[in-house]
Design a protein around this ligand. Sequence first.
Ligand SMILES: Cc1cc2nc3c(=O)[nH]c(=O)nc-3n(C[C@H](O)[C@H](O)[C@H](O)COP(=O)(O)OP(=O)(O)OC[C@H]3O[C@@H](n4cnc5c(N)ncnc54)[C@H](O)[C@@H]3O)c2cc1C
Length: 427
Amino acid sequence: MNIPRTSYPRIVIIGGGFAGISLAKKLSKQEVQVVLLDKHNYHTFQPLLYQVSTGGLEPDSIAYPIRKILKDFPNFHFRLAHVDEIETTNNKIIADIGELKYDYLVIASGSKTNYFGNETIKANSMAMKTIPQSLNLRSLILENFEEALLTSDLHERNALMNFVIVGGGPTGIELAGALAEIKKGILPKDYPDLDTRLAQIHVIQSSDCILKGMSDKASQKAEDFLEKLGVNVWKNVRVTNYDGKTVTTNSDLTFETATLIWAAGVMGATIKGLDAADLMTRGNRLLVNEFNQVKGFSNVFAVGDIACMVNEEFPEGLPMMAQPAIQQGEQLGENLLRFIEQKPMKPFVYKDKGAMATIGRNKAVVDLKNFKFQGVFAWYVWMFVHLFFLIGFRNRMVVFVNWVYNYIRFDREARLIIRPFKKKLKS
Ligand SMILES: Cc1cc2nc3c(=O)[nH]c(=O)nc-3n(C[C@H](O)[C@H](O)[C@H](O)COP(=O)(O)OP(=O)(O)OC[C@H]3O[C@@H](n4cnc5c(N)ncnc54)[C@H](O)[C@@H]3O)c2cc1C
């Protein structure tokens, strides 16, 4: 990889997401060599992916070049690489661009979509975990409407205009809200010769409430907001299959749609060599102790979504959200320096800053530790928090200007089919 060995200990970080970047920043200007590897040369702000999928934002405004984030850090190296394997016995990682020895390894590879073993759903549905996937979804949504214009078969036309979202978590409901706003504000203007009132948006949730990790009040209010927007929420329904046309469920319910969006779960993005069953918990997350050390290793750490840190409050591990990832990255930065200096490390304590979700214009739900609120004020708080955590002044400005413009004009200008998308269906 053409990275010189220096007298400093080498810390290799796999993944430039929230956890990897906050760790790398913490290690900047320290007497360590930091090598960050990521299969993308940019950091993705995943909470706003749904806005890219629905034409509200350009992808560039929620991505940021990793090299630019870390450009002023001495002893820092970035390599665009997909890490394929870890050899812990040799302290070595193997990537598509070569091999690299480490003194300390940090896995910050995040998570990937979990299809719970259903290969047909995986092949035929749309995911929204990366920018390319969001762009595919954006294209497909728009292509469906173009195609709906061309067909005289009413059944086919309706299926092209129906959207089924599986998963009533923040991703699912935010996307549903955005689609409902497009249906109301944009489709009638763009497709005057289509009866877009027939377009349907369904959210299917296997349990008895949406936004499961949030308060009952937030869950109920989010459902009310969705209902007002004309979204159909189906609870206690589990999707069993999708052949590219029909969604079948564990009940009599079926849905005809050309677009099934799978937002029903994620699992750890594990890497070969560090994926033995005894190292992982449910959802393929690596078991770590309170210092983020992977079970059984002293120089291998994991942070963010891939790490499962269990404590009394979170018996199934910390939530797979941005805040635990950022906080763990920061704390591990401090702990690694202590560990290298042979000082005792500090146990990680998660500061729960709450959770929030937006369901559309003027509609959001916010759960803070001692204060829960919903509606317009929550929506402003949601916008402020998301702008604050976006990386880069330009991105913040672009997103802010877009939001103001979209708000005033009831518009989403990025509804462009730049890269047409075609599904290869599997039966
Ligand atoms: C659509 C969506 C909406 C979300 N909304 C919210 C929200 O509103 N609030 C919230 O708190 N959280 C939200 N989340 C969750 C949040 O984004 C994650 O919890 C967070 O990104 C986890 O950070 P991480 O650093 O662990 O992983 P990531 O941010 O996923 O970063 C992992 C990095 O590792 C890289 N990588 C993975 N495998 C390899 C490999 N083998 N080789 C090289 N590089 C690799 C990836 O390219 C990526 O850059 C959302 C997630 C999604 C998908």
